[in-house]
Write a protein that binds this ligand. Sequence first.
Ligand code: C2E
Ligand code: CA
Ligand code: CA
Length: 258
Amino acid sequence: MTWDADRLAADLLGAVDRGEIVAHYQPQIELSSGDIVAAEALCRWNHPELGMVPPDTFIPIAENNGAIDGIGAFMAETACDWLGTHTMREQPIEISVNVSAIQLAEPDFYEKLATTIDASGVDPNLLTIEITESLRFDTEAVSKRLSYLLSIGVGVSIDDFGTGYASVDQLLDLPATELKIDQSLVQDTSPASSVLMTAVVSLVHRRGARVIAEGVETDEQLARVREAGFDRAQGYLFAAPMPAGEFEQLLASQRESA
Ligand code: C2E
Ligand code: CA
Ligand code: CA
């Protein structure tokens, strides 16, 4: 049996309802303390015959056939559920969810997200949406709607910075609370990339947002992002994305050693 895109597309339409989509969590570390302060929720498709299908395979298909709306809504609800069961802790953990350009282009996405957060009763300040830098921002319309989310406390992170076409100027016009530097820049050991990262960090700090490095795999890369002044880091050096249960165990061991 071959698994072509048509077959995957058909299966994907009912995947959320069948409970096949799950969220994994990858810790984000505050560099000043070394503590886990947040996590990125990343979706996985547990296909009954194929096993785990990675998001790079199925998200583009979901964006094409409309399944992305259901998957995006599920991820936002799952993140809010997670926050709802963990708000009792003294040091609340923040969660980021990825939002596709297709979702951002839908005017009712924003209201729906606000309703999901409201219904869950969680503090909107604990939730961040990650939007990709490579999408071509319809700046006026998208900015206005993102400003609405910011006004209710939701964080906005610009993902994959360094891979797209947005200039730093354009980025600074866009309402955001965080800039996420792509692993291609973080893993580039040239002096030029260090200079660029340091300059970007200082610009972003000047407008009151934070900077996070993704794809940190080695101590050398960690040292370079520290030196450049990053606030947070994420990557295999700390931990790969993991199921919710494992993430909770990791947080529990962090609390015990505190
Ligand atoms: P992304 O948002 O840039 O997510 C980071 C990806 O890098 C994740 O791959 C993560 O597992 C991987 N990664 C983390 N640390 C390291 C590291 O140290 N080294 C390397 N080489 N990779 C690392 P993943 O989970 O396979 O996700 C791939 C992409 O799929 C994501 O890229 C994102 O664009 C998309 N995606 C994932 N979940 C969702 C979702 O719920 N909604 C939407 N719209 N897109 C999603
Ligand atoms: Ca992301
Ligand atoms: Ca990214």
